[in-house]
Ligand binder design. Structure first.
Ligand SMILES: Cc1cc2nc3c(=O)[nH]c(=O)nc-3n(C[C@H](O)[C@H](O)[C@H](O)COP(=O)(O)OP(=O)(O)OC[C@H]3O[C@@H](n4cnc5c(N)ncnc54)[C@H](O)[C@@H]3O)c2cc1C
Length: 358
């Protein structure tokens, strides 16, 4: 590819270097793009030449096969952060936790519960990232994106993204590249009401409406996340993961009740999750709880792949794991849970060059 301003070419980078799982082979080429214009130009050229490409932010939600991977890795590194009044705009390549930190330093509330999530700002709408009772849909106003079918660049409102639990119409579709994101935050610098019991209790919230200074909530969230190995740290194998590996399953209430009976336990975490297309009531179950009850304790190993010793839902690389070891562990857990409870867990990350089954 000819020289393009703001693009650096890397020939020897592997996906093991680019992902928090530290697993994955070599892309055809790696192109690091420092500006939105550079991203647009690179993606348009590759798309028009029908060269397969993979957009990479922080690599924290990617499971990639070993060996030669037939894609060009396009790394987004446009990392500007701009704050005007209560509006924050960030380049897609900005490190997400630095965006959260900047918002709090500017006296704004709204992002605190999402502190410590690894990865980039541009990826936050992709799976509607969420944690501790908050999700990006609460604050996202719009995204500037490159439509890959038409080559057009435009702002699209958050309503167009069909944001729901760990999903948007950007995930798994490759329909667009997010170039910039815009969030509307709280000018009083206070957190949103705390919807996550453990966090509210630790902060001593008096009611479901209690708000705290965003900086205070951020610190508590980071403490909680570190305790669970959910803040990425290159020195800590419990964090060499893609975060929660399976989504929490949403099932019919009848199935939730059967699972509860099968578990033989008095208490099972189950939460109302609206109604299905024919009005049947739905409930969200805890994937971590199901995995433990199906006989996979924290620290469970399969070769160099294993469950985190601090969080059952994180599949981790204990050092030098092969993609196939991780895949075999994921499959064993999914199938074990299904055999015990009749609930099929679905992986949350994006797989490239392989899937949980192939
Ligand atoms: C320790 C740990 C804890 C985590 N905790 C959480 C959590 O609490 N909540 C949560 O929701 N997630 C969590 N995750 C998962 C992950 O951090 C998020 O999904 C994050 O948003 C991924 O961002 P990324 O930049 O690393 O995306 P990548 O892994 O680089 O990419 C993921 C997917 O998004 C696509 N993509 C990335 N950027 C763009 C873009 N700008 N435009 C279009 N497509 C794009 C990629 O092509 C790929 O398909 C955790 C992960 C780890 C490792």
């Amino acid at each position: 590819m000819r020289a393009i301003a703001g693009v650096q070419v890397e020939e020897n980078t592997t996906f093991a270097d680019l992902t928090t799982l530290h697993i994955g082979g070599r892309p055809r080429l790696t192109l690091r793009c420092d500006t939105a214009d550079a991203i647009v130009e690179v993606v348009r050229i590759l798309d028009s030449a029908k060269v397969p490409l993979l957009i990479v932010g922080g690599g924290s939600n990617l499971v990639i096969a070993d060996g030669e991977i037939d894609v060009v890795a396009v790394i987004l590194a446009n990392d500007e952060i701009e704050i005007k009044n209560n509006m924050l705009r960030a380049g897609a390549g900005a490190v997400w936790d630095e965006v959260v930190q900047a918002s709090i330093q500017a006296g704004l509330g709204g992002l605190e519960c999402l502190s410590g999530i690894p990865g980039s700002a541009g990826a936050t709408p992709v799976q509607n990232v969420g944690a501790y009772g908050a999700e990006i849909a609460d604050v996202l106003t719009r995204v500037r994106l490159l439509d890959r079918a038409s080559g057009e660049v435009r702002w699209e409102s958050a309503d167009m993204l069909e944001l729901s639990y760990r999903y948007s119409n950007l995930k798994f579709t490759n329909r667009a590249v997010v170039l910039e994101v815009e969030y509307q935050l709280r000018e009083d610098g206070l957190s949103a009401p705390l919807r996550f019991g453990e966090l509210a209790r630790r902060l001593g919230a008096e009611s479901a409406e209690t708000r705290f200074p965003a900086a205070v909530v951020r610190e508590e969230v980071l403490n909680l996340r570190r305790g669970k190995g959910m803040v990425y740290d290159p020195a800590d194998h419990d964090t060499w993961s893609a975060g929660s590996f399976f989504t929490n399953p949403i099932v019919d209430t009848a199935l939730a009740t059967r699972v509860h009976q099968l578990s033989g336990e008095e208490h099972m975490p189950r939460f109302p999750a609206g109604a299905g297309p024919t009005g049947e009531s739905k409930e969200k179950l805890s994937a971590a709880w199901l995995i433990e009850r199906a006989g996979f304790p924290r620290g469970y190993r399969r070769g160099q792949a294993g469950l985190s010793t601090r969080h059952t839902l994180a599949l981790t690389n204990r050092g030098g794991a092969r993609a196939q070891e991780l895949q075999a562990l994921a499959r064993e857990i999914r199938d074990g849970v299904e055999k015990c409870f009749g609930v099929r867990l679905v992986p949350e990350p994006v797989w490239v060059g392989m899937s949980i089954d192939e």
